[in-house]
Ligand binder design. Structure first.
Ligand SMILES: NC(=O)c1ccc[n+]([C@@H]2O[C@H](COP(=O)([O-])OP(=O)(O)OC[C@H]3O[C@@H](n4cnc5c(N)ncnc54)[C@H](O)[C@@H]3O)[C@@H](O)[C@H]2O)c1
Length: 442
């Protein structure tokens, strides 16, 4: 079968007798080659490991093979090198090959649905595949962000049910990925990793696996502690972003420049960490991860009022942007009907092509619903599909659109705004475009 064929559904491989010596063709298999998994596979390969790179999507595998994945330049160079060595970097859609790897690292998505309920289907499917393919001697590590107890439920317990001794003949660990896609300032290898194991032996195997490329590994006492650590990290970000947004609105009401306030507060060397306001949050982490915790807490009838409120406020932020545009137009005696509105940057953050949960998509749909004529410009996203089913292409010549309102939503490092001619109202959703004369803050 071709290496690009897909066969990632669950299959059942026999458990080998415990006496079989573990002989593996690959040092590590990566399951899920997205924003996390592909750089992880490349980091292992760059550090000398033989890597089996598995994805359930044949389209994704073709994109990677064609060097079309959204990567940092440094990872693109690694991918070029890896693809030249197919014996030590094998792209595959065939899940039965997992039994050829000494370690398996799971990096599949953990999104939420439209009701913000965790969608565990991809993780369940991936774990079922891994469990079915498990062989004595393997180390299995989950790195997807998930609820507390998930590694036990989806990996440890099913392996026990298959007759494995956990910590004896297979090793189960959790270490959430902390990569920041598009950010070249923090190399993946340099960001410390937190690892927990089902047993002390599992933890040690997890440390050994991560130490192949990670400079620092921090041990925690259990799988649950490692899972909760990631939930705290991203809940902390969510709550602080909600607070930064609120401060922006407060500063606006009191006519104080919020960015200057945050930068001034940042001079305090302890007890303060800068978070900046914006038009909302996107990507696969902040809008999703805290919901894994809230979903679990709801079932336990545990109150988490601060987190719940922060997530509600965050979800409402794009609507706040739309209201602000209406307000600005209203002050000029205009409405949204027929108004030309240009969105600058639609990805959820600078220098990535990731549109998942991007607030821009909701903002554009809401403005079109309100009768505005809306276009966008973004060098990283040539085409967008909106939830409403509408589609748009990035404008080649934004000046020719003659917008009445420009919303600066995301500024990539190469964002060119030299065409702005002063006729449009420019709403700075980033709060940090101080180079634009006459802009108004969100
Ligand atoms: N994107 C980030 O910034 C980031 C950062 C840190 C942690 N995380 C976490 O890492 C995990 C992965 O996120 P991502 O952004 O890389 O997701 P992604 O959507 O970019 O990639 C996931 C990949 O997994 C593949 N996949 C899905 N089900 C599969 C299966 N059963 N078998 C094999 N492949 C399968 C998909 O085809 C896709 O290519 C999530 O839990 C996320 O919360 C993401």
């Amino acid at each position: 079968m071709s290496t690009l064929d897909v066969r990632a559904d669950v299959f059942t491989a026999p458990v080998l007798p415990p006496t079989s010596p573990p002989v593996f063709d690959f040092d590590v298999a990566i399951v899920g080659l997205g924003y996390v998994g592909l750089p992880t596979a490349l980091a292992y390969r760059a550090n000398g490991s033989r890597v089996l790179a598995l994805d359930a999507s044949s389209r994704r595998l073709r994109t990677i093979a064609a060097r079309g994945a959204d990567l940092l330049d440094s990872d693109r160079a690694r991918l070029d090198a890896a693809l030249r060595e197919p014996a030590s970097f094998r792209l595959t859609g065939d899940a039965s090959e997992l039994s050829r790897a000494a370690a398996i690292v799971v990096c599949v998505p953990t999104p939420v649905d439209h009701q913000q309920v965790p969608d565990l289907a991809p993780l369940r499917a991936a774990c079922a595949t891994v469990v079915a393919a498990a062989r004595p001697g393997q180390v299995i590590m989950l790195t997807s962000t998930t609820y507390v107890g998930c590694t036990h439920d989806l990996v440890e317990q099913p392996l026990r049910e298959r007759g494995f001794e956990i910590g004896g003949d297979v090793f189960v660990t959790f270490s959430a990925e902390r990569i920041d896609p598009g950010n070249a300032g923090f190399a993946q290898e340099e960001v410390p990793r937190v690892v927990g194991g089902a047993t002390p032996q599992c933890q040690e195997e997890g440390v050994r696996l991560l130490s192949r490329y990670a400079a620092r590994v921090h041990r925690v006492s259990s799988l649950a502690t490692a899972e909760m650590t990631k939930l705290l990290e991203n809940t902390f970000r969510a709550v602080n972003i909600a607070l930064a947004n609120e401060f922006a609105d407060i500063c606006g009401a009191l006519d104080v420049p919020v960015t200057e306030v945050i930068e001034a507060a940042s001079t305090k060397p302890y007890g303060f960490m800068a978070f900046y306001p914006g038009p909302g949050v996107g990507g696969h982490c902040i809008p999703c991860d805290p919901h894994y915790l809230l979903w679990q807490l709801k079932a336990l009838h545990v109150d988490a009022g601060v987190i719940t409120e922060a997530m509600t406020r965050i979800a409402a932020r794009p609507r706040r942007v739309v209201d602000r545009i209406r307000d600005l137009l209203g002050r000029a005696g205009k409405g949204t009907l027929g108004t030309r509105i240009l969105i600058v940057g639609v990805t959820y953050k600078p220098d990535v092509a990731d549109l998942r949960e991007s607030p821009a998509l909701e903002i554009i749909d809401a403005l079109i619903d309100a009768g505005a004529e809306v276009q966008y410009v973004d060098t990283h996203a040539p085409h967008i599909h909106l939830d409403s089913g509408r589609e748009r292409d990035s404008l080649a010549d934004p000046a020719a659109f003659h917008p009445d309102v420009v919303l600066v939503h995301t500024r990539h490092h190469d964002c060119d705004l030299s065409w702005l001619d002063g006729d449009a109202v420019v709403l700075d959703g980033t709060y940090r475009s101080s180079d634009i004369a006459g802009r108004v803050l969100l």
